[in-house]
Design a protein around this ligand. Structure first.
Ligand code: PLP
Length: 445
């Protein structure tokens, strides 16, 4: 029996192992468009795109064909040393074309965590190569998520990723989250932005400008509860980093590839990061792949002058995997030419309206979104914005009720419900989504 085998042998990411032994796994067997089917033949509307990654929706034949063709002709070619494959080279060029103009070079990883980890390693190498070995302090944001690698999990600011893991490292620091809903002056966008800029400046001056390497941020804080900073925040953070002489790293692992209405969230504010990390929507989850992109200035420093002969010692066996690269090329074609970006923009107002309409529900204190990334925040009192007593186990009850009602979204531990519908969602899918979400909230009331 699959459930028993799972309990006995399979360690799942980010759960309480004992609780899982009692509950057992939810097992999916197939997917089509925005819908998943589990092993008991229940069909579920997936309003979370797997784990914010299946931006195309499930079952795209053209992606399957691209993968199949690549597997037949060349299932693997190393990207190590001087070797390469055609799809990997084409994908690197395509990514340079579609990302902000500051980004000219691509290093391929297997997902988001190792993209972040690679970025950290490149940054350390960069400042050592520049003869600035003291620049080793890293700053990120409270509630931020930058993956689960040994170093990246320290930039992540969610306590469970630190607990018993001896993190964060001594060189990893945080500034407050631009969490408008929970700030006293949260309605004032300028005040929220000014406060973040001041916090970064203060942190850098506390650590010493000559000691700070980089600031990492997500354009929208995803796993920390879909916290949407005001328009202009990302640009202000970039300008602040430039002024302070520290590298500005944008983690677009969730926000990239059409998720927030433009190809990258950085595009909406004309932001030019020094480095960008990406994964998820890059291959829409059809195969693992991530990337870190960097400016020419950083690349040239890593490359060194003509006398440099030592390799830059960083890479993975599956860096630039040809099957993942072929998939990514087809996925990007679907966003651009297959009408997916266009559809996402078309249906975004329906998504926004649906979220806003739930503000009338007694449990919902806040509704926020950008593009097809959104959240509802549940509170026990709309005036005080107080959270529910954890003993009520509301998030767990919501997940269960939602599943029974045929819908999947993310129910975070602090009463935030996260939504990341695929870019292929239709008006009908959204009608079903909000009908089922409202029913779920009524069921747990
Ligand atoms: N960075 C951000 C912003 C993420 O949301 C995630 C994953 O959710 C990661 C990094 C880590 O990516 P992965 O889970 O592919 O390692």
């Amino acid at each position: 029996d699959l459930i028993e085998l799972d309990k006995q042998h399979y360690i799942h990411p980010v759960i309480n192992y004992r609780a899982h032994e009692k509950r057992g796994a939810t097992i999916f067997k197939s997917g089509n468009g925005a819908y998943l089917t589990d092993i008991d033949d229940n069909t579920l509307l997936d309003a979370f795109s797997g784990l914010w990654c299946v931006n195309t929706g499930y079952g795209h034949e053209s992606i399957v064909n691209a993968a199949q063709e690549q597997m037949r002709t060349l299932p693997y070619a190393t990207g190590y040393f001087h070797f390469a494959s055609e799809p990997a080279i084409k994908l690197a060029a395509k990514l340079v074309e579609i990302t902000p103009s500051s980004l000219q070079h691509v290093f391929f990883s297997l997902g988001g965590s190792d993209a972040v980890d690679s970025a950290i390693r490149f940054i350390v190498h960069y400042f050592n190569s520049l003869g600035k070995p003291n620049k080793k302090q890293f700053i990120s944001i409270e509630r931020g998520y930058h993956g689960s690698s040994s170093q990246g999990a320290g930039l992540t600011a969610l306590p469970v990723f630190h607990r018993n893991f001896d993190l964060p490292l001594p060189n990893q620091h945080k500034i407050p989250c631009p969490y408008s809903y929970r700030l006293p002056h949260g309605d004032d966008a300028d005040a929220v932005i000014t406060e973040s800029v001041a916090a970064l400046k203060n942190k850098v001056s506390e650590l010493g400008e000559d000691n700070v390497a980089a600031f990492f941020c997500e354009p929208i804080i995803g796993s920390g509860g879909v916290i949407v900073p005001p328009n202009g925040w990302l640009k202000a953070m970039q300008e602040c980093c430039n002024e302070l002489g520290i590298l500005f790293v944008v983690d677009e692992v969730i926000t990239g590839f059409g998720r927030t209405g433009t190809m990258f969230a950085s595009d909406a504010e004309n932001v030019n990061p020094d480095l960008m990390t990406m994964a998820k929507g890059l291959t829409a989850g059809y195969a693992p792949m991530g990337a870190v992109m960097m400016s020419d200035r950083i690349y040239q420093t890593l490359a060194g002058d003509e006398t440099e002969t030592a390799p830059v010692g960083h890479g993975y066996t599956y860096s630039a995997h040809p099957v993942s690269a072929a998939i990514a090329l087809e996925v990007i074609r679907l966003y651009e030419e297959g009408g997916l970006l266009e559809n996402a923009q078309k249906v975004t107002p329906i998504f926004e309206k649906g979220l806003q309409s739930l503000l009338s529900h007694p449990l919902v204190g806040d509704a926020r979104s950008r593009g097809l990334l959104g959240a509802l925040e549940l509170v026990s009192n709309k005036h005080t914005k107080s959270q529910f007593d954890p003993n009520l186990k509301l998030p767990e009850r919501i997940s269960e009720a939602a599943y029974k009602n045929g819908v999947i979204f993310r129910s975070f531990s602090d009463g935030i419900l996260g939504f990341a519908p695929a870019l292929c969602f239709s008006q009908h899918d959204f009608e079903l989504l909000f009908e089922r979400v409202r029913k779920t909230l009524d069921d747990v009331l």
